[in-house]
Design a protein around this ligand. Structure first.
Ligand SMILES: [Cu+2]
Length: 451
């Protein structure tokens, strides 16, 4: 084994399937050369719940990749699955030919082939990588397959602020499509996991009294929003989508929409054995939880049921202030709805009355600031994602003007309007879409182009 291979192997095996993903910063490695191998895999969420799916390097989530901002990085992706694959590096500023969306021009990787990518990772923070294929009616494909992993670009948080890092990935498995309240067909899942394991079947998160633990929570569910609490503790949110928030807040629970990331600090000052899990009883009962165990504590894990679901993006933004004059902003109006295609057919999702690939292709001028005014006319909530750029959340559901909240995914609730701004500073085709797999598969996508 060459030194390079050995080093790569060490890095890739730093996390194993279903293990508790903890690492002290001092131990974190930053390799410049990584191989991701996509291959069939059987996930054992519990001894009674197995799912035949795909994984990166034989583990779900895939290996935690740590990269350094601006330091050239090479990734080889080998596709040992029997269908074409493509890997999207979510939250990075990458050229469209390697960003990982065929709609932008990244080539798919044929079965048996491998692709090589070289780039300088940016921006720093908690990112992730995942498949970007089409699922249609197949609840084992695309994001349903759980083919994803964590990606962390250094430097991130100030190391002095915490003693231990824990990466937690939320996912939903199995199930079938069923009719939801608004008549649309939505996936109903059998099993929900954290880091691929149902509550009680993975290794506990082991902590010590007095530690400050930094939780990196990613929702990789293909479709579902999740609510996460740690019994006996509150959570101090310091980052959303890997970007520091202007006003960190202490909250009783996190709401994490598909593709969103939340980083929160927990002060371990309530010794015991606790459940960190989905707040909604039926989802926790389906497995979404993990045990948090203080050193020396014993007994059954304790859960305390919160009464309400509480979350608000606004509390993390800076207070409003008048916009500086001369700060020219071009508005782009986007209205989201669905069109029923008749009984026995699926509804199509639309942006401004058109479904992908018929959607408009707005032309952006490099250097110009744009404001997306997104009106959700539908009865579903949509986690919308802009590739290759970071946007600033400016208004949610008739809030005052917000500042400093930088994200790449925003949940736009049914019947509300949300406004975000971004500077067109990464030329090339740029995909905008709902991150809910069944919505993007049925038309909820559009491409921005640069002049
Ligand atoms: Cu959607």
């Amino acid at each position: 084994m060459s030194m390079l291979t050995r080093r790569r192997f060490t890095q890739l095996s730093a996390m194993t399937a279903g293990s508790v993903l903890t690492a002290r910063r001092a131990m974190g490695t930053t390799a410049s050369d990584t191989t991701l191998e996509i291959a069939p895999y059987t996930l054992e969420a519990s001894p009674k719940h197995r799912f035949r799916t795909l994984a990166f390097n034989g583990q779900i989530p895939g290996p935690l990749l740590r990269m350094r901002q601006g330091q050239e990085q090479s990734i080889t992706v080998r596709n040992l699955a029997n269908e074409p694959e493509i890997v999207h590096y979510h939250g990075l500023y990458l050229p469209p030919d390697i960003d990982g969306a065929m709609e932008e021009g990244t080539p798919m990787i044929p079965p048996g082939a491998e692709a090589h990518y070289t780039f300088k990772p940016d921006p720093p923070g908690f990112r992730w990588y995942h498949t970007h294929t089409f699922a249609g009616q197949d609840l084992t494909k695309a994001m349903f397959s759980g083919l994803h992993g964590f990606l962390f670009i250094e430097p991130g948080e100030d190391p002095g602020r915490y003693d231990r890092e824990v990466f937690l990935g939320l996912h939903d498995w199995g199930g079938h499509f069923e009719s939801s309240s608004d008549g649309n067909m939505s996936p109903a899942y059998d099993v929900s996991t954290i880091n691929g394991k149902m509550l009680g079947f993975g290794e506990p998160v082991r902590v010590k009294q007095g530690e400050r633990v930094l939780l990196h929570v990613l929702n990789s569910s293909a479709t579902d929003v999740h609510w996460i609490a740690l019994a006996g503790h509150s959570l101090r949110v310091i980052e959303l989508d890997g970007n520091p928030v202007p006003q960190p807040q202490t909250v009783p629970m996190l709401r994490v929409a598909p593709a969103e990331r939340v980083c929160a600090i927990v002060e371990m000052k309530n010794p015991g054995v606790w459940v960190l899990g989905e707040v909604r009883k039926h989802v926790q009962a389906a497995g979404m939880g993990i045990v948090v165990e203080y050193a020396g504590a014993t007994g059954k894990p304790v859960w305390t049921q919160p009464e309400d679901l509480v979350w608000n993006y606004r509390q993390f933004a800076a207070p409003g202030e008048a916009r500086m004059s001369g700060d020219e902003v071009s508005r782009i109006n986007l209205a989201f709805d669905s069109k029923f295609q008749g009984h026995g057919n699926e509804e199509l999702w639309r942006i401004n009355g058109k479904s992908y690939p018929q959607t408009e292709e707005p032309i952006l001028t490099a250097g110009q600031r744009y404001r997306l005014v997104m009106k959700n006319l539908s009865m579903d909530d949509h986690p919308v994602h802009l590739h290759r750029h970071t946007f600033e959340v400016r208004q949610v559901d008739r809030s005052p003007e917000l500042h400093g909240l930088l994200k790449d995914v925003l949940l736009v609730p049914a019947g509300t309007t949300a406004e975000v701004e971004f500077v067109a500073d990464h030329p090339g085709r740029t995909l905008f879409h709902c991150h809910q797999q069944d919505h993007m598969d049925r038309g909820f996508m559009m491409v921005f182009r640069y002049a």
